[in-house]
Design a protein around this ligand. Structure first.
Ligand code: 13P
Ligand code: 13P
Ligand code: MG
Ligand code: MG
Length: 375
């Protein structure tokens, strides 16, 4: 592995038990996953790994040379989750094994419960990468910040002043309901892109690509977001899937600080309390990513890495562990207070069709005979 060679970064995550409730991951689960991945590293299956947490979600970050959708890598992640699930069951953790929706692994982890963000890239001379990890929300929560990183000149100065990115980027957007995707070019189709991704529970940004003429090959992603569970299982399961993302930075891409800047604004996302409420997403270091109040508020963690020429993960740097994000955290608490005071009313509570579960059909059935026509 060296500059110019291909390497794959895989972030695969699952909620396999909360401690307590849906708050955080028990350290023994992290240790168990680390043991499984260390064994695979020793055998040469993966180059490097790190096990992170965000809320009650266990996050496997791996580098390897096997490309995206590798049965070997997905199988490894599945095994780590299975082993950790045994520990979770032993400890009686809440919802042990909740995201392992199938009994046996069958070649690809997509559609089996865990969330996946993967990209195969040609290593640049220096490869700065940020992995993002969110809890108590859904993949559409990345629409706004990823749009800002790669398409908003008020966020990313480089779009205006860096000749290497002035041409803009291409966005791959998935329609979760119709199982279709479309690629939109920015800045030319900025308004069309916004028309779609503003509806964040239906249209989600899956990847961002460079344009023709960029230093990075046109078909190599520069950002990728986990959307699989939502996409595969939509229809039978409307639950929120706590998402992850991988974003490359610098040198013709948004600078590290331009990648982080969108999170200085704690925007409203869906998925708080019972997957059925809107609330602000709070940027926090990993040690503070433990939702408590009303099972939240939703959190986002940003881990910074340099990928070494051998594909090693040099990091993590816990990027929101910085007073520069104190104000965003304070604002998030203020917004959380404001939203909470709405109690069971929209728009704190999600609209009926987006709720993870609801008593409404039962209530309507009971009241059926008492409804009478209005003049
Ligand atoms: P329980 O019925 O499992 O307590 O659900 C509440 C909850 O936290 C939803 O995920
Ligand atoms: P998770 O999706 O993080 O398990 O949270 C479930 C929930 O509904 C908490 O209120
Ligand atoms: Mg949970
Ligand atoms: Mg979670």
């Amino acid at each position: 592995m060296a500059t110019g060679e291909k390497i794959t970064i895989s972030v695969i995550k699952a909620d396999i038990g909360g401690w307590p409730g849906h708050s955080r991951v028990h350290p023994q689960l992290v240790e168990t996953a680390e043991e499984v991945l260390a064994g695979a590293k020793e055998k040469g299956t993966i180059i490097d790994f790190y096990v992170a947490t965000c809320g009650d979600d266990l996050q496997l970050i791996m580098t390897h040379g096997k490309g995206v959708d590798s049965p070997e890598i997905h199988g490894l992640a599945w095994k780590a989750f299975e082993e950790a699930t045994k520990v979770a069951r032993g400890l009686g953790l809440y919802g042990a094994g909740q995201d392992l929706l199938k009994d046996a692994f069958s070649g690809n982890i997509r559609g089996m419960g865990p969330g996946i963000a993967e990209m195969e890239i040609t290593l640049r001379k220096s490869e700065p990468v940020v992995t993002f990890h969110m809890d108590k929300t859904e993949p559409g929560a990345f629409n706004l910040p990823v749009f800002r990183m790669f398409a908003d000149p008020f966020n990313t100065a480089g779009l205006v002043i860096d000749p290497n990115m002035h041409m803009g980027f291409r966005f791959e957007v998935w329609d979760i309901k119709e199982h279709k995707r479309v690629i939109l070019n920015t800045p030319e189709e900025l308004y069309d892109l916004l028309a779609l991704i503003g509806a964040k529970s239906r249209y989600v940004i899956k990847r961002v690509f460079p344009k023709e003429g960029h230093k990075i090959p046109k078909d190599e992603p520069v950002a990728v977001i986990s959307t699989e569970k939502l996409y595969q299982i939509a229809g039978e399961y409307v639950g929120k899937d706590d998402p992850v993302a991988i974003v490359r930075a610098q040198s013709g891409l948004p600078a590290l600080g331009e990648v982080l800047e969108p999170f200085a604004f704690p925007h409203l996302v869906s998925g708080w309390m019972r997957g059925s409420h809107n609330g602000p997403v709070m940027p926090v270091p990993m040690r503070m990513a433990n939702p408590t109040r009303f099972d939240g508020p939703p959190r986002v963690v940003a881990l910074g890495w340099q990928i070494s020429p051998e594909g090693r993960l040099v990091g993590p740097v816990d990027l929101f562990d910085d007073p520069a994000f104190d104000e965003a955290r304070r604002k998030a608490i203020e917004i959380a207070d404001y939203m909470r005071r709405h109690g069971p009313f929209e728009p704190h509570r999600l609209p009926m069709e987006d709720m993870e579960y609801t008593t409404l059909p039962g209530v309507l059935e009971r009241l059926e005979g008492r409804f009478e026509p209005v003049e």
